[in-house]
Design a protein around this ligand. Structure first.
Ligand SMILES: NC(=O)c1ccc[n+]([C@@H]2O[C@H](COP(=O)([O-])OP(=O)(O)OC[C@H]3O[C@@H](n4cnc5c(N)ncnc54)[C@H](OP(=O)(O)O)[C@@H]3O)[C@@H](O)[C@H]2O)c1
Length: 317
C-alpha cells in the first residue's frame, strides 16, 4: 500500500484527501519510482474542479503530473534505468499520472535523469512547465536567434522557463509581469518587461515574431490582444484555452498565425533541459513547498494566480 492524495468527486480544495491505496506495479517497459517531490500545476486544480483534463479521468483520481524521485524497481525489458537512479518526469499526460503519491509507474522512456545540481524539490518543479516552454519555443515556434519573442505571464511556472529558454535560443525576450517581478525577470534574460497592471502590453510592444501566451482569452482578452503586437506572418502560441473560432478569425484578418498547444511527455527533451540546468543556463524558482497532506492549501495558493515560479509538494526523502 502507499499514501496518496485522492479525489472521489470534482470540487474545491477540500476534495483532496490523503488515503491508503494500492501501490502500482510496473508493467514490462515501465519503472516504479519512489516519489520524493511532486510539482503543482494549474492543470491540477483545473482538473480538480472538473475542467482541465477532467473529461479523461475516472474516480478515485490521484492528481499530479510532475515527479522527481528514485527508481525503486524496473519492469521486464527496461535497460536504460536501474534501481537507485534519480529521475524526473511528466509521465502519461494527459492521462492521469498520479504524482500526488508515494509511488508512480510510467514508461521508462518518459523519464530522464534529474538535473544533478538540483534537489528533488527543485527537480519536481521542472517537467511540465519547462517542457511546455521547450515544446512551444523549440518544437512549435522554432524560435531563431534574433527573433523578438513576447512571453505573457512570464513570472509564473511556464513563463520563467520560457524567458530563460528563449534567451538561450538567442531571442530578444519581452515579458509581461507585475512590477515587483521585473528585476528578477531581467536577471533571467528578459530585455523588456511590461507591467501589465499599469499599461496594456499592446501599447508598449510591437513587431514581435512569436508570442507565447500563457494568460489566454479568459483574462482581459490577452490572447486576442496579442495579435496586435505580431508582425505580419508572426505566430501566436495559445497555450491556455486553445484557439476559439473568434481568435482564429481575428488572427486571419490580421495576417498572423495562431496555434493551439498541448504539452506532451518527452524524456529526451527533459534530458536536454537537465543539461541546461546543470550548465547553469536555466534556473528553477520554487516559491513554496507543502507537505503531501496540504495539497489543498497548495491548490488554493496556486489558484490565486500570483505564484512566482512554482509550488511543490514534498512527499518523501
Ligand atoms: N496547453 C498546455 O499544454 C499548458 C501547459 C502548461 C500550462 N498551461 C496553462 O498556461 C497557463 C500558465 O501556466 P503556469 O503554470 O505558468 O501558471 P502560474 O505559474 O500559475 O502563473 C502565475 C503567474 O501568472 C502571472 N499572471 C497572472 N495574470 C497575468 C496577466 N493578466 N498578465 C501577465 N501575467 C499574469 C502572475 O504574475 P504576477 O504575479 O506578476 O501578476 C504569476 O506569476 C495556465 O493557464 C496553465 O493551465 C497550459
Amino acid at each position: 500500500m502507499m499514501r496518496a492524495v485522492t479525489i472521489e468527486e470534482f470540487g474545491g480544495p477540500d476534495v483532496l484527501t490523503v488515503q491508503d491505496v494500492a501501490r502500482p506495479e510496473p508493467l514490462p517497459t515501465e519503472v516504479l519510482v519512489r516519489v520524493h517531490a511532486a510539482g503543482v500545476n494549474p492543470v491540477d486544480w483545473k482538473t480538480r474542479v472538473g475542467h482541465g483534463m477532467a473529461g479523461l479521468q475516472t474516480f478515485p483520481l490521484i492528481l499530479g503530473w510532475d515527479v522527481s524521485g528514485v527508481v525503486e524497481e524496473v519492469g521486464f525489458g527496461v535497460t536504460t534505468l536501474a534501481p537507485g537512479d534519480e529521475v524526473y518526469s511528466m509521465p502519461w499526460f494527459p492521462r492521469a499520472a498520479g504524482a500526488y503519491a508515494e509511488y508512480v509507474t510510467a514508461p521508462a522512456r518518459q523519464w530522464a535523469r534529474k538535473p544533478a545540481t538540483l534537489d528533488h524539490v527543485h527537480a519536481a518543479a521542472v517537467p511540465l512547465a519547462a517542457l511546455t516552454a521547450w515544446q512551444a519555443l523549440v518544437d512549435t515556434a522554432r524560435v531563431q536567434a534574433g527573433q523578438r519573442v513576447l512571453i505573457t505571464a512570464a513570472a509564473g511556472g511556464v513563463g520563467h522557463f520560457a524567458v530563460q529558454l528563449a534567451r538561450h535560443l538567442g531571442a530578444h525576450v519581452i515579458a509581461t509581469a507585475s512590477a515587483a517581478r521585473h528585476p528578477w525577470l531581467k536577471e533571467l534574460g528578459a530585455e523588456e518587461v511590461v507591467d501589465y497592471t499599469a499599461t496594456p502590453f499592446e501599447q508598449a510592444v510591437e513587431d514581435v515574431d512569436v508570442v507565447i501566451d500563457l494568460v489566454g482569452d479568459g483574462q482581459d482578452r490577452t490572447g486576442t490582444r496579442s495579435i496586435d503586437v505580431l508582425r505580419p506572418g508572426g505566430l501566436l502560441v495559445a497555450v491556455p484555452g486553445g484557439v476559439s473560432p473568434e481568435l482564429a478569425q481575428a488572427a486571419g484578418t490580421a495576417g498572423v498565425r495562431v496555434t493551439p498547444f498541448l504539452v506532451e511527455p518527452d524524456g529526451p527533451a527533459l534530458a536536454t533541459i537537465a543539461g541546461l540546468i546543470d550548465e547553469g543556463q536555466v534556473a528553477v524558482e520554487v516559491e513554496e513547498t507543502f507537505p503531501l497532506d496540504q495539497a489543498g492549501t497548495a491548490h488554493t495558493r496556486g489558484e490565486a494566480g500570483r505564484t512566482r515560479g512554482k509550488l511543490v509538494l514534498t512527499v518523501a526523502g
